[in-house]
Design a protein around this ligand. Sequence first.
Ligand code: OMP
Length: 288
Amino acid sequence: MTRPAFGARLAAEFAAGRHLCAGIDPHGPLLAGWGVADDADGAERMGRDVVAAAAGVAACVKPQIAFFERFGAAGFAALERVLADAREAGLLVVADVKRGDIGSSFAAYADTWLAPGSPLEADAMTVVAYQGFGTLAGALERVQRDGKGLFVLAATSNPEAAEVQQARRADGRTVAAAMVEDAAAWNAAHASGPVGGVGVVLGATLDLSAFGIDVAVRPDGPALPVLAPGFGHQGARIEDAGRVFGGIGHALLANESRSILNGGPAGLSDRIRERAAAVRFALSGEPA
Ligand SMILES: O=C(O)c1cc(=O)[nH]c(=O)n1[C@@H]1O[C@H](COP(=O)(O)O)[C@@H](O)[C@H]1O
C-alpha cells in the first residue's frame, strides 16, 4: 500500500475541519441546468466540475453510480475520468454503489471498486449487508490489506426504510443498530489509527433513536466514520449536524448532492464553500 489508509486520510480531513461530502448525482434535470446533454459527456462534465470545485474544500466526493450506469459503457468511461481527476486532486472518493450479494459474488464488487489499479478504483464504497455482515468479507479484506474504506447502510434517509431497519433481530437488536455495532466492533478489532476504515450510513433526516441508535453513546475504540446523506434537498439542515449526530458526529461526512448541484456550474464553488463552512461550524463551532 503506497497511500495512508482510508481511516488515516479521513482523520486528516477531520483535523483540517473538512466534513463535507459533495455528491456527484447527474440527474437529467440538473444536467439541463449545467447546459449539457443528459448523456455520458454531460455527466462527466458535471463530475469533473464538482471535483475541481471540491478539491481542498470538501473532505470527499460521492459519485452516485446509477447516474453513470444508465449510459452503459460510455457512462463507466466517463466515471473513470471523474475518478482519475479526484485522485489527482487528492480528494477522497466514496463510490456510492450500494453493493450487496452472497460473499463470493460480493468479493467481485469489492475488486471492482476497491482493488488498487482497478479502472474504477475508489477510496471507499457504500455496501449493503442485509444478507449478513459476513458477506462483506471480500471488502473487509481490502480495508485491511489495501487501506480502503466501507460505508455499511444502517439507517437510511428514505421514509420506507423504517419497516426493515427498525425491525428487531433474534438477538433483540434492531437491524440498524446491529450494522452500527458490527462496524464498530470490526474497527475495534482491526483498525490501528484513530478513525476506523469501516463506517456506516445514517440518514440525517431521521430520529435515530427510533432505529435503536443512541447517538449520545460513542462506540468504544476507533472513531466510527458516519456518512450522512439527507441534508439539503431531503430536508435536513446541515446547521443541525452536531445536534443530530451527537457523540458519533465527530467522524461525520455530511453529504449534499442536489442542493449543491442545483444552479449549475455558476456559483458551484461558492455553494460548496458555503456548505463546507456550515458543517464545520455545526460540528466544531469554528468558523472557516
Ligand atoms: O448511501 C447513500 O449515499 C445514501 C443513503 C441514504 O440513506 N440516503 C441517500 O440519499 N443516499 C444517497 O445520498 C445522495 C443524496 O442526494 P441529495 O438528496 O440530492 O442530497 C444520493 O446519492 C442518495 O443515493
